[in-house]
Design a binder for this molecule. Sequence first.
Ligand SMILES: C[S@@+](CC[C@H](N)C(=O)[O-])C[C@H]1O[C@@H](n2cnc3c(N)ncnc32)[C@H](O)[C@@H]1O
Length: 244
Amino acid sequence: MDRGSAHKGRLPSGEERARLVREMFDRIASRYELLNTLMTAGLHRIWNNKAVEATGLREGGRALDLACGTGSLTRDLAKRTGPTGYVLGIDFSREMLRAAQARPAPNVEYRLGDATNLTGVADDSFDAATIAYGARNIPDLDALFSEMTRTVRPGGRVVCLEIARPKGRLSATFYRLWFDRVVPRLGAMVSGDAWAYSYLPESVKEFVAPGELADIMERNGLQNVTWRGFSGGIITLHVGTRPG
Ligand SMILES: C[S@@+](CC[C@H](N)C(=O)[O-])C[C@H]1O[C@@H](n2cnc3c(N)ncnc32)[C@H](O)[C@@H]1O
């Protein structure tokens, strides 16, 4: 098995997975934010706020948002750091970045790049690094978290927001109904891309369990790793600190 592999089932791995994911996000970029709002009933705003809080960022701080997509969390981080702060959003889909750049902010920069190989991003250069709904798309989680650890300063935080399969009976039933049945149909209808929205529940199914994700973060240099679930465990938020 791959070290830190995010998937153990039917989805392809390595370069093939990266290519499929990149092309898929290029195709759905123009509808991505609308679908996010529909599929989460707007709750993604609340989950973003939890992620921003978990970074411990202050006015004037510096944040790195990986797999930033259309910039939803990037913009929320930029609001927290204010005009004297700086946020760098990195994504490997040109079309997702194009949508992000259509809503510019003076303290935000977007860059095309691979979250597992952050060439040109200096060591210890951010107060916090975040990734929202990106980790389950990335087969090499060791490479992802070692890059996040490397680029935050000692004492800086690494934050990962992700979808999970809930354990409770009620939320598991809701999850199966919503993510396995409604999301693929709604996604196909609104985006015109059936594969993309059947990939979504499949990628959640194949992603590592929250405890395992915490172990991966720890073995890549983070300490005090904790995680919490929101909305009945459908969303998990992991936070770790680079030793000071
Ligand atoms: C579900 S979207 C999340 C976007 C954004 N973080 C949000 O909260 O809406 C996943 C994003 O991860 C990006 N992505 C996946 N693998 C990546 C990688 N290895 N490097 C950079 N971006 C990646 C995709 O292009 C896509 O924009």
